[in-house]
Write a protein that binds this ligand. Structure first.
Ligand SMILES: C[S@@+](CC[C@H](N)C(=O)[O-])C[C@H]1O[C@@H](n2cnc3c(N)ncnc32)[C@H](O)[C@@H]1O
Length: 270
């Protein structure tokens, strides 16, 4: 697992290099409705902590270019952000150079965060868990860094594929495929798809490593929620529809097939 983890982290650095466009393939950044939903839940958690304790220090793992760091600061939090991509860490460092409320930490192994030996009021992981091979134990270890009464929040990870209804499967894969076709990646997309349908993943190809669980089985939201229930008083698991294309996002919004999920776990037990 350690070798796999380090390969996956190395692929984050390569895939999210200088000039990487996080927005293009990220429905939660592209579509206002989704971004606001993710941000509003996050802001509510921050405000509740500030109301109770007077301040809120959040550890944000895998901040990308800082979309949700901005939301956290706007809600009044202090934020320590980590990034496994050198280019993104550099961009964040210069972006927040004059902002006292933000501290940036380049996590070369994706694991050095656990050596910080610090605690926080909360941990936020947006669009992150699907990049972590052993996400359940990763979340458990992050929870050890959360102070009593604190919270854990994650969002924008694909629901577990084996449990999905056929309708969710068809809509999710179908809309993704249509979007890929529109990007002009037909041949490469088909070859990769065919290989993955046969259950074959490359341990060296970046496309099979960077979006680790997206190209495998999705993220087991019940396993994650179950692990958090052992550590937090309240665990709110929510699901929603998310797809790349703006037209298809709107088209199936009413139906709301549960393609993606988030978890707000509050009341960390002491
Ligand atoms: C899909 S992006 C999401 C970025 C941002 N949270 C957002 O929603 O816009 C995932 C990010 O997590 C980073 N990442 C992946 N594994 C990580 C780890 N173990 N520690 C820190 N960052 C990690 C990647 O480099 C990438 O920038």
């Amino acid at each position: 697992m350690a070798l796999e983890r380090s390969k996956v982290v190395a692929s984050q650095d390569t895939a999210h290099g200088v000039g990487h466009d996080y927005v293009k393939g990220s429905p939660h950044l592209r579509h206002d409705r989704l971004r606001h939903m993710v941000e509003d839940r996050l802001a509510q958690l921050v405000r509740a902590t500030i109301e109770r304790d007077g301040s809120c220090h959040v550890l944000e793992i895998g901040a990308g270019h800082g979309t949700f760091t901005d939301a956290l600061i706007a809600a009044g939090a202090r934020v320590t952000v980590t990034e496994a991509s050198a280019a993104s860490a550099e961009l964040l460092t210069s972006r927040y150079a004059d902002v006292d409320a933000v501290e940036v930490y380049y996590d070369t192994s994706g694991e050095s965060v656990f050596d910080l030996d610090r605690t926080f009021d909360a941990v936020s992981c947006i669009a992150l868990m699907h990049h972590i091979p052993d996400y359940v134990s990763f979340a458990r270890r992050l929870a050890t860094m959360i102070r009593p009464h604190g919270w854990f929040y994650c969002a924008q990870d694909p629901t577990y594929y084996p449990r999905r209804s056929w309708l969710t499967r068809i809509l999710d894969r179908g809309t993704y495929f249509v979007w890929r076709l529109a990007q002009g990646e037909v041949r490469r997309g088909l070859a990769t798809r065919w290989r993955r349908l046969r259950g074959e993943w490359s341990e060296t190809e970046e496309s099979d490593l960077v979006e680790y669980h997206v190209v495998r089985d999705g993220v087991d939201e019940l396993a994650l929620a179950g692990a958090l229930e052992e550590l937090f008083d309240d665990v709110d698991l929510f699901t929603y529809w998310s797809t790349q294309s703006p037209v298809l996002q709107r088209l199936f919004q009413r139906l709301d097939p549960p393609s993606e999920f988030g978890i707000a776990a509050t009341g960390r037990r002491g």
